[in-house]
Design a protein around this ligand. Structure first.
Ligand code: HEM
Length: 332
């Protein structure tokens, strides 16, 4: 009886507290804006030039970098662990449920890292490369700019188990999603703002079929324009096969970083179940309110998004590490 009431209080505190800020204070960050000013003054320009070239060639590259940074920060902190390849002595995170056949952009990271190593060997970490690259990609697609505090170190380890348990999944409901962000020191407001990243990039049919052959059909019954959209989604994602076909998560402007994605959620047209939960969950009164605010006020979305990106980027790995020479392997 006692433990039941304690658990209830904890869940209630978590759900309520998630809107005003997590209970656990984050570790003070050692990151600074001028960390590379002396030993690699052109680091930011080098990354920016490479990201610009990649995004002009294919705007999806911006989405790839943004997602890599997110999946990096949610496992052991932002420490480049997501970039490590499997070796005889190390099991990486690339085979984790939410990463395998899904996470991309590793070649682009290698290319940027080579340029950095040519200019200032052994100075700029892979984790910082991801944080700056995610910001630059966002800006290049019309999103907000924010200063990226730097000085992260790259881990010497990775965790497949943590990647499997801590990275949110598209089949999960609102309470689980809030809890996962909460456990990283991020509030539900951070979560709704950050998930606005889905304004760019695509999802595979594998991740959206349950929804488009499930509760999306109910939405479409009451809204003729959703019906048209649903039939297009079904063309892309047939009931059988085609699991690796892709569909944008914001069909209005898939490669513009704007707030159109939130309008989709208000219309009940989120392609991922988890995304639609932000607006439609029965316990999501406050997240739904944020979705509506971000739809009505793009500048508010941009402000919250950039603040939350800094917050997410400040999740550090307390174990420290090194500056990897090659992002795929720990230094020998
Ligand atoms: C509620 C939490 C989240 C869930 C459940 C989730 C889930 C997903 C899924 C399932 C995909 C499609 C992957 C595929 O089909 O292969 C995706 C794509 C993406 N996610 Fe998330 N995500 C979440 C939050 C975030 C956050 C916080 C960010 C960034 C800060 C982010 C950035 C992206 C981007 C940019 C893409 C497109 C990638 C591409 O085009 O390849 N997501 N997400």
């Amino acid at each position: 009886m006692i433990s039941y009431s304690r658990a209830s209080v904890l869940v209630l505190a978590m759900v309520l507290g998630a809107f005003v800020g997590p209970l656990a204070a984050q570790d003070p960050s050692q990151l600074t804006l001028d960390y590379y000013a002396k030993n690699c003054p052109h680091a930011q320009e080098i990354i920016r030039a490479e990201v610009e070239c990649a995004v002009r060639t294919n705007p999806r590259n911006a989405a790839l970098l943004l997602r890599l940074h997110f999946h990096d920060c949610f496992v052991q902190g932002c420490d480049g662990s997501v970039l490590l390849d499997d070796t005889a002595t190390l099991i990486g995170e690339k085979q984790a449920d939410q990463n395998v056949n899904s996470l991309k952009g590793f070649d682009l990271v290698d290319k940027i890292k080579q340029k950095l190593e040519a200019e200032c060997p052994g100075v700029v970490s892979c984790a910082d490369l991801l944080a700056i690259g995610a910001r630059d990609g966002t800006v290049l697609l019309g999103g907000p700019y924010w200063d990226v505090p730097v000085g992260r170190l790259d881990s010497k380890t990775a965790s497949l188990d943590l990647a499997n348990s801590d990275i949110p999944a598209p089949s999960q409901g609102l309470i689980t999603l809030i809890a996962k962000f909460w456990s990283k020191g991020l509030s539900a407001t951070d979560m709704v703002a950050l998930v606005g990243s889905h304004t760019i990039g695509v999802a595979r049919c594998f991740n959206i079929k349950d929804r488009i052959y499930g509760d999306f059909e109910l939405t479409a019954k009451f809204n003729p324009s959703s019906e048209l959209y649903l039939s297009k989604l079904k063309e892309t994602c047939p009931a059988h096969g085609g699991d690796d076909n892709t569909s944008p998560m914001d069909y209005v402007s898939p490669y513009v970083f704007d707030n159109a994605y939130f309008e989709g959620l208000v219309q009940g047209e989120g392609v991922l179940y988890s995304d639609q939960q932000m607006y439609s969950s029965l316990v999501g009164y406050q997240t739904a309110d944020l979705v509506k605010q971000y739809w009505a006020d793009p500048l508010l979305f941009f402000k919250h998004f950039s603040d939350s990106m800094v917050k997410m980027g400040n999740i550090t790995n307390p174990e420290g590490g090194e500056v990897r020479k090659n992002c795929r392997f720990v230094n020998s």
